[in-house]
Design a protein around this ligand. Sequence first.
Ligand code: FPP
Length: 218
Amino acid sequence: MDGNGRWAQRRWLPRAAGHRAGIGVLTPLLETAGEAGVETLTLYAFSTENWARPEQEVSTLMKLFLETAREKVPELNERGARLRFLGRREGLPASVLEALTEAEERTAANDRLDVYIALNYGGRSEIVDAARRIAADGLAPEEVDEATFASYLYAPEVPEVDLVIRTSGELRVSNFLLWQIAYAEFYVTETLWPDFSAEEFVHALESYASRSRRRGGV
Ligand code: FPP
């Protein structure tokens, strides 16, 4: 969800106003995802690297996550979405963790759309955490294949990623779902996240649908 800061700067507003505007995109996005038959949607809300931002921005973001979790959960529930947290729990404020756990519990029985919130998430941390748990479980080297490794990731049930959408024109992966995007398609748009519309989401899905995925074959 990139470009909130620039969206705000272009309007002479504080960066927090951009993040707030970014939240407005969530409802039309979730609605459209459900209608289009998307089964899993992961939103990259805060990376392990984002702690390096000024303290005030970090605390504003944490407040916004808390507010958003409280405000959007009833709506998510109505739409049949199941919310799951993806990331390292250590380091996040207890209030944010509590709100997320409550949201997970309240929406656990829904099955229309799985929504993952990547928070304090880093693809490398996820891989390191998986390796640590494999070592802690005492697996022998020959027991570790791709399927076993994948079963140690934060959310092993997350399917491989089909499409990554990156807003604000950045041509980077930025530590997002490194294991799961091995064969993902990319859709990059100059649009800043707060301006990302349901129409453009559909356009991204159509772009994806028109591609031929060879996965290393011919
Ligand atoms: C990146 O834009 C955006 C973020 C770090 C925060 C995204 C969070 C939200 C939109 C709130 C949604 C909340 C939930 C729980 C889903 P940036 O600040 O890097 O923008 P810039 O690249 O223009 O500076």
